[in-house]
Design a protein around this ligand. Structure first.
Ligand code: BGC
Length: 423
């Protein structure tokens, strides 16, 4: 397996925009989706239960627990600046209050390897999974959840803080609350419980704030934020689906979905006003009718493997919303598309970057861009079918096979640097 070096990639792209100072080009993944055998968390249990809707268990995932060096070599080989992944809480604290020295040593080696390759380490401290011991006490509903999360964060920063550059305290807390307590698609599989949803939402905000305080106090060099799922929400007051309409980024506090948006996004965006940046994870446009309910995508519209609208320009809207609502710089912490067709992925990323260029030209402060994902990985309830990766993984041998989109991305990155050095 060899990764294309940025210099010898076959495609020759133009820079999508003049690089703002300090810009970070990255690629992302997460612990449970790539490491394999994370059997002490709530997702592992959920994957093995009947009737959860999970199509297959994560199993060995991409074996990144053992192959992290190969993953980092791919990132380095493509000439990128940064790799984003997460730490698996259930490995670090497999039993309540018992921290695993071998797990912390493993992550230390991985972070040293990141640094040795000249890459920025961006880590989420929570990416969807909870240790079983906490899930069994009610997870984010436990009265001690914030205290437990804060203690875990304190251990992480004490053991690893010197090697971490950027922290996302919690990845997509809005998705955790909604899928856990409103639609019940993800653990703990509670549906239609708005009061519990609201309670967990506020707990997640408190957990983020507690983590941020610890991180900033103990390791002030770390840039701290959270990553929110920020789709481009488009309102259609007449109830008729159309490719375009009124984007929520254009009317942040009004519109029929405003109340829902306040709970799914607003409280987190408000909390992020004291962060170093706001992370935006964006994939699609979501269309809403006058009552705030989603409008079904009409037959014949282009959709992705996830069934989401194919909307590369969505990210250009979400960064505007994130910046306006927080006043903080934005890092695009996830953007990409689930597709078997790698040319479609290149088209998506190219159009997405063009929409980022327009936002930058309009004065939106954006500090970086992470493609989701480096490698094809475990896509939660959808298992291994959706393909978000710039690199394929042979599910039998675990061999990494770079797709043309990795060379394409390397070429964009190289061109952007060449152009910036001429300025
Ligand atoms: C999550 C990722 C996931 C991606 C694509 C985001 O919601 O952070 O874990 O793989 O979307 O569904």
């Amino acid at each position: 397996m060899t990764a294309p070096a940025s210099g010898d990639s076959t495609t020759h792209e133009k820079s999508p925009f003049p690089l703002p100072e300090g810009w970070v080009w990255g690629v992302a993944g997460s612990a449970h989706q790539t490491e394999g055998n994370n059997d002490a968390n709530d997702w592992w249990r959920f994957e093995h239960e009947e009737g959860t809707g999970a199509v297959e268990p994560s199993g060995i995932a991409c074996d990144s627990w053992n192959r992290w060096e190969e993953d980092l070599d791919l990132v380095k080989g493509a000439g990128l600046d940064s790799y984003r992944t997460s730490l698996e809480w259930s490995r670090i604290e497999p039993a309540e209050g018992e921290f695993s020295a071998p797990a912390l040593a493993h992550y230390r080696r991985m972070l040293e390897g990141t640094r040795q390759r000249g890459l920025t380490a961006t880590l989420a401290l929570h990416h969807f999974t909870l240790p079983l011991w906490l899930a069994d006490q009610g997870g984010w509903e436990s009265p001690r959840a914030v205290e437990f999360f804060a203690r875990y964060c304190a251990t992480v920063v004490e053991s690893l803080g010197d090697l971490i550059d950027i922290v996302l305290t919690i990845n997509e807390p809005n998705v955790v609350a909604m899928t856990g307590y409103l639609d019940g698609r993800f653990p703990p599989r509670v549906s239609g419980a708005p009061e519990r949803w609201a309670h967990v939402t506020h707990t997640l905000v408190a957990a983020h704030v507690a983590a941020r305080e610890i991180l900033k106090r103990e390791s002030p060099h770390i840039r701290v934020g959270l990553a929110l799922a920020i789709p481009d929400i488009i309102f259609h007051p007449d109830g008729q689906w159309a490719p375009d309409g009124m984007h929520m980024s254009e009317l942040p506090t009004a519109g029929p979905g405003a109340e829902f948006a306040a709970m799914t996004l607003g409280v987190f965006l408000k909390a992020a006003r004291d962060d170093d940046f706001i992370g935006a994870n964006t994939y699609d446009s979501q269309h809403m009718g006058p009552d705030g309910n989603p409008l079904p995508t009409p037959d014949g519209e282009r959709i992705t493997q996830m069934g989401w609208t194919y909307a590369p320009e969505a990210v250009g809207y979400s960064v505007r919303l994130a910046a306006h609502e927080t006043g903080r710089p934005v890092i695009i912490t996830e953007n990409g598309v689930g597709t078997e067709n790698d040319e479609e992925r290149i088209e998506y990323l190219q159009r997405a970057l063009a929409s980022v260029a327009r936002a930058l030209a309009d004065g939106i402060e954006i500090h970086g861009y992470y493609v989701w994902s480096l490698i094809d990985n475990f896509e939660w309830t959808d298992g291994y079918r959706p393909k978000f990766g710039l690199v394929a993984v042979d599910r039998t041998t675990m061999e990494r096979r770079p797709k043309p989109s990795l060379a394409w991305y390397a070429s964009v990155v190289a061109a952007s640097r060449a152009d910036s050095s001429r300025v």
